[in-house]
Design a protein around this ligand. Structure first.
Ligand code: ATP
Ligand code: MG
Length: 353
């Protein structure tokens, strides 16, 4: 069996450092590992429209931005197919068939869907398309027979639901689809990076992000304004590192060598944390250090983005070619699905018999 990756992001905004540590970084290293036969990276515009139906211009503008973010992070178009979801109608067709295999109550129990309905205040105005997005995500994954989905922790319930659909489909119609596995970041702090406001998740929709494309000055402003430990009022007070996003970001980004370079009074993060917990270490010192760390990590990404921004026609071509290749694969799977479901009426004359 081939090793195949499918993953993606909603073009609801530019990508942020949560995406980077939660999924993008892993994708780049899997892409370069040589262990994967095919890599598909999807700009999920159809999914973005499920809760942005009245704002199509936002989705459209961000398709190119997300593609630029991918390329800046090191997604290599010679190794990975970057494609646009809505340009592959086969995905929507698969969703129609899969919807028959899922109950409403099962989607209602999906914890990520539940949390997002609450976060978006949908209550009585929940779009049906949004409610169904776990099913459409199962189409995206299975259309490419993906074995591996590098994603953040919030995607675990989606992959679980996808596997249930695969098992049900194969059981009813015969072995056709492949069950995927999620690959989560190994660093626990990257599973769900909090926002700069201390909210549980950095998210485009919550406006609490450091974007990969933010300028050096904007990034610095955001870091210096970050929520920290509200009980750590004076420098000498003992502070908390758990639930303190400044330390969570350091857990996610910091390497020991950054101490030698930017904060030589400490050898490593454990020493810095111990001092903060003891008291006597001000937030400003920690934030300044974090700013240096983040700037060092983001600088090469920003530089690559500057180059790609000058080559927009090339980015357009990359999207076009990636989409064409992805469509071929999805069409092949759809024809296998329809054959298994016995709805391939005109491929032979069996209907006459
Ligand atoms: P939206 O608010 O529009 O849903 P988002 O910021 O949640 O946007 P998505 O496009 O939904 O971003 O998520 C894309 C990928 O990035 C998923 O794999 C998701 O798990 C991961 N991801 C998103 N936010 C974070 C985060 N804060 N920490 C770790 N991973 C994240
Ligand atoms: Mg999301």
């Amino acid at each position: 069996m081939k090793n195949i990756i499918l993953t993606g992001d909603r073009p609801t905004g530019r990508l942020h450092v949560g995406h980077y540590v939660g999924s993008l970084k892993e994708r780049v290293s899997l892409q370069n590992s040589g262990e994967y036969d095919e890599v598909y990276i999807m700009v999920a515009d159809a999914q973005a429209l499920t809760d942005n139906a009245d704002n199509p211009e936002k989705v459209r503008q961000n398709v190119m931005q997300v593609a630029l973010d991918y390329l800046s992070c090191g997604i290599d178009p010679t190794k990975s197919n970057i494609f646009i979801q809505s340009m592959i109608p086969e995905l929507a067709e698969l969703t129609v068939y899969y919807m028959n295999l899922v109950t409403v109550s099962r989607v209602q129990r999906n914890p990520t869907v539940k949390a997002e309905i609450k976060q978006k205040n949908f209550e009585t105005s929940l779009p049906l398309g949004f409610f169904c997005y776990p099913v459409s995500q199962a189409s995206d994954i299975t259309a490419f027979k993906a074995t591996t989905v590098p994603a953040g922790e919030d995607q675990m319930p989606m992959i679980e639901q996808c596997c249930e659909i695969v098992r049900k489909f194969n059981e009813v119609y015969g072995e056709t689809l492949v069950e995927p596995k999620i690959v989560l970041p190994t660093n626990k702090s990257c599973l769900r990076l909090p926002g700069i406001d201390g909210k549980a998740k950095m998210s485009k929709s919550l406006g609490n992000c450091i974007y990969l494309s933010d300028t050096e000055e904007d990034t610095k402003k955001k870091v210096m304004s970050m929520f920290t430990d509200p009980t750590h009022l004076r420098r000498e007070d003992p502070g908390h590192v758990e639930g303190n996003p400044v330390f969570t970001y350091l857990d996610a980004f910091c390497k020991d060598e950054y101490f030698a370079e930017y904060l030589p009074d400490y050898k490593n993060l454990d020493e810095l944390k111990a001092h903060y917990q003891r008291g006597g270490l001000g937030d400003m010192v920690v934030k300044k250090f974090l700013n240096n760390v983040i700037q060092t990590e983001l600088r090469p990404i920003r530089e690559r983005r500057n180059d790609w921004e000058k080559r927009l026609p090339d980015v357009y071509e990359i999207l076009k070619q990636g989409t064409a290749k992805a469509r071929e694969t999805a069409a092949q799977t759809l024809s296998e699905v329809k054959h298994a479901m016995r709805i391939d009426y005109f491929t032979d004359d069996n209907l006459l018999k």
